[in-house]
Ligand binder design. Structure first.
Ligand code: NAI
Length: 346
């Protein structure tokens, strides 16, 4: 087989290092591109067989048509979520593969790191002691032991987060659209989860039906002082409603690794610029909000798994009729799907 050519969009230095290490034999020719894949940049993939993309690339119907017309046969996501790809439109035209798990531990541990940082005011204490300010005023936190955490989405990451929380002696309740049988998890309705949880952590994918699942109406049902953690996708939360909830003191703290308008901001250094996003600026100005820029996945283990699985997906797609990590809009609706799940979807 000829050497496969990969147009690698939104490439960062850490991507280059991990993919070069995974491709040390030179099996693939990888064109690293700093720009995201958008309707304005798709031409940079000319001559390639595959586009490799991440969470903020925009693969809409226009881009899909252009990629197909250039002879590109595969969109290889190097992430788990695929809400940025129009998978329904892609069906029958271009295949889409993803990395379903690279280190669920990385994301679950980051969620707990943010929670502990927030409620024990570590972010404040770090800055104070750097300035030789050893006062404790304003740093009072609360014990996690005995608190109730509501986990939304009990897949790979959600379950590890549940195990971590249990290690802290927390009571765990959960909501999942497809609850896991015999898991020992106490599943409750969303209404019950909103009203009973001291802490709510999101670990479900973003879909059309759960966009803005945390909104003014659901915040209204929550306990006063609730802590919200989002390491999943920004648009699960209506950010303006979140800001209002924090201003009214209903929400005690927010730990956000994702943000619904992150695509032009996160992963870039704007430290010498005026950021025009007033909602994000307001959030960052609040003492009880912690924002990290979609870094929950960023561990050495995860990067190496991402590179290995992405290249294995590409290799498998071009060498056989198997494609275990393919995603299509039918894969989420098992009843409609006529295909065996380790075969190509069309
Ligand atoms: P998973 O597929 O193992 O689990 C997702 C769970 O959510 C499943 O149990 C599923 O039944 C449930 N679910 C689906 N639709 C739902 C809905 N409408 N309401 C409630 N639950 C629903 O996925 P995994 O690996 O645990 O990842 C979860 C999410 O974490 C991903 O979709 C992605 O958005 C996010 N993520 C974030 C990363 C970061 O760096 N911040 C890195 C990796 C994933």
């Amino acid at each position: 087989m000829n050497q496969l050519k990969i147009a690698f969009f939104d490439a960062k230095e850490y991507d280059r290092q991990s993919f070069e290490a995974a491709n040390v034999s030179g099996e693939f020719s990888i064109r690293f591109l700093e720009t995201r894949l958008t309707p304005d940049t798709y031409k940079l993939a000319e001559g390639c067989d595959v586009v490799c993309v991440f969470v903020n690339d925009e693969i809409d119907s226009f881009v899909i048509d252009k990629l197909c017309s250039m002879g590109i046969r595969l969109i290889a996501l190097r992430c788990a979520g695929y809400n940025n790809v129009d998978v329904e439109y892609a069906y029958g035209k271009i295949h889409v593969v993803r990395v379903p798990a690279y280190s669920p531990y990385a994301v679950a541990e980051h969620a707990m790191a943010m929670l502990l940082t927030s409620i024990r005011r570590i972010h404040k204490a770090y800055i104070r002691t750097k300035d030789f300010n050893f006062s404790l005023d304003g740093l009072t936190g609360f014990d996690l032991h005995g608190k109730t955490v509501g986990v939304i989405g009990t897949g790979k990451i959600g379950r590890i987060f549940i195990d971590i929380c249990r290690g802290f002696g927390m009571n765990v309740i959960a909501y999942d659209k497809f609850p896991a049988a015999d898991s020992g998890i106490e599943y409750v309705s969303l209404e019950s989860l909103w009203s009973r949880s001291d802490i709510i952590s999101l670990h479900c994918p973003l879909t059309d039906e759960n966009r803005h699942m945390i909104n003014a109406a659901t915040i209204d049902q929550m306990k006063k002082g609730v802590v919200i953690i989002n390491t999943s996708r920004g648009a699960l939360i209506d950010t303006e409603a979140l800001v209002d909830g924090i201003k009214s003191r209903k929400i005690g703290a927010a730990c956000l690794d994702v943000y619904e308008e992150e695509s032009n901001i996160f992963f870039h250094d704007y430290s010498n610029h005026i950021v025009n996003d007033d909602v994000l600026a307001r959030l960052i100005s609040m003492p009880n909000v912690i924002v990290t820029s979609h870094q929950a996945f960023l561990t050495n283990e995860a990067l190496s798994n991402i590179a290995d699985t992405t290249l294995a997906n590409i290799r498998e797609f071009f060498a056989s009729d198997r494609c275990v990590n393919e995603v299509c809009y039918k894969c989420g609706k098992i009843a409609d799907c006529k295909q065996l799940h380790d075969k190509k979807c069309f």
